[in-house]
Design a protein around this ligand. Structure first.
Ligand SMILES: [Zn+2]
Length: 157
């Protein structure tokens, strides 16, 4: 039941710093994307300490995950990391005296999740096959307002 992400405020009184050096199962990230595979632990290093009125968390975290290439669908491994994240929580918002930093860690990492990945360092070999098609589509949509403008200009002059 007890979360591995807990910080006890009492232990930080008198200027103590809690060092965080953990390896968590990626399950806590609770990623719903079916195409995304997380088989690697999440490594977290950082510290927690108190100021006069706040709990300060200072974390860096890294892991790896697998996502399909947006073009050919091949699974590729990518790094997911955050560096030097700070979170300041007013101590009076932690009435239990125990702070669970799971959500902060999760959100910090999920923000960094790429929307789009491509294999072969962004140069998917299948790109060549679909490139002319993509270009055609782009032309259709982006030229539309400009060709309209050109027409009305032409008729007034
Ligand atoms: Zn690809």
């Amino acid at each position: 039941m007890s979360s591995p992400f807990l910080i006890w405020i009492d232990r930080l009184k008198n200027g103590q710093t809690q060092t965080i050096h953990e390896s968590f199962s990626p399950v806590f990230l609770d990623i719903q994307e079916e195409e995304l595979k997380m088989d690697f632990p999440v490594l977290v290093v950082g510290e927690a300490y108190l100021t006069e009125s706040e709990l300060i968390l200072h974390l860096s975290a890294s892991t790896k995950l697998k996502m399909p290439c947006a073009i050919c669908n091949e699974m590729i491994e990518i790094d997911l990391s955050v560096k030097e994240c700070y979170n300041a929580v007013p101590i009076n918002e932690i009435p239990s005296g125990i702070y669970d930093y799971k959500d902060f860690l999760r959100e910090s990492l999920l923000i960094e999740l790429p929307q789009y990945v491509e294999c072969n360092q962004g140069n998917c070999p299948e790109r060549l096959i679909i490139a002319p098609f993509m270009h055609e589509k782009q032309k259709e949509t982006s030229n539309f307002p400009f060709s309209n403008l050109g027409d009305s200009n032409g008729s007034t002059t």
